[in-house]
Every structure is written in structure tokens, then in C-alpha cells.
Design a protein around this ligand. Sequence first.
Ligand SMILES: Cc1cc2nc3c(=O)[nH]c(=O)nc-3n(C[C@H](O)[C@H](O)[C@H](O)COP(=O)(O)O)c2cc1C
Length: 183
Amino acid sequence: MILYVNSCIRKPSRTDELARELLSKLEGDITEIKLTEMHLKSISNERLDKRTELVKEGKFDDPIFDLARQFAEADIIVISAPYWDFSFPAKLKLYMENVFVMGIVSKYSEHGAPVGLCKAKKLYYVTTSGGPYIPDYSFDYITTLAKQVFGIPETQLIKAEMLDVVGYNPDRIMAKAKASIEI
Ligand SMILES: Cc1cc2nc3c(=O)[nH]c(=O)nc-3n(C[C@H](O)[C@H](O)[C@H](O)COP(=O)(O)O)c2cc1C
């Protein structure tokens, strides 16, 4: 199963457009989740207590863990996120908070190091930016989570940048980015 985590906000979204080009090249069933249409809850004190208790009891089938289980079971993960404020929309951070559950996506080894439990062999991160794209707080952050915690060995960035800069041709940049996608 290919899990498409769509965190694009604008309609229409150029980032979503680029991600769909990638998806058309991948083989397999696609499950899409649109973060804008989900009522993702942030982790309150009560929610954290509940989560901790459920993890302690090994009750990983609780609906509170649905997103984490879905993420752990995907074969390929595609995340689309526009470049916002040097990072990505807050909804994606909220999603990661819901996904990052020890015991489902990762566990600690006896030496205290995280051991990934996710099935996916590859995660694609698709983004577009108005100016130059700097990956530090978006793609690099997601890569750190994927490789160091979730056990996903490979990540790939697919991007189109400089789309809002006067003198640059966004249609041409998008067409070039789509044509250069290699999976
Ligand atoms: C709230 C917001 C924050 C943004 N922050 C940045 C930024 O930090 N750097 C940048 O180059 N472009 C920034 N942009 C421009 C978008 O990255 C760019 O227009 C992108 O292509 C939008 O993707 P979309 O069509 O999928 O919404 C921002 C746009 C918005 C709406």
C-alpha cells in the first residue's frame, strides 16, 4: 500500500500537483489522507496520559493509534507539503505527533537506541517553494525521523522551487520538475 499524506492547504496546490505526478509513476494501491479534512488533535496533557497508559498496557489497537498503525504498515510513503516559513504547514507536525508512537513506529533497544518498526522501504517528500528551497527544517527533519527512528532506510526529495520569484516562469519550472521525477 502506498500511503499518500497530503498536507497541502491551498486549492489548487502546486505541491499536490507535483505529488500526483510522482504517484502516477509508482505501482500499487494508493491510500490518500488529506490532512486539511482531518480533525487532528494536538497532544494535550489528558491525551498524553491516555496514550502513555495504553502503550504501557500494550493496547495498540485503540483508535487513538489508527494513524500510527497505518503509517507503520505502508510499503511506500509519499508526503506532500508546501514550503512554509522555512518548514511545512503545522498540520503536518500535528500528524507526525499522532504517528510517532513508541511500540508502533519505533521501539527502544535494550541499550536505549530507537529501532524502527515501519515496513516502508522508501519515503518521498514532495514540496514546492516560492523562493529557494532550504531543506533543513522540512525534508531533513522528516529524513531524520524516517532513518533514525522509523526504520525507513531511504528518503527522496522531489521539489520545484523559485515559483513565486518575478522573472521566473512557474509553468516551465513545474513542467521541468515533473519531467525529472525518477523513482
Ligand atoms: C503561509 C506561507 C508561507 C510561505 N513561506 C515560504 C518560505 O518560507 N519560503 C519560500 O520560498 N516560499 C514560501 N511560501 C511560498 C510557497 O512555498 C509557494 O508558493 C508554494 O509553491 C506553495 O505551494 P502550494 O501551491 O502547494 O500551496 C509561503 C507561502 C505561504 C502561503
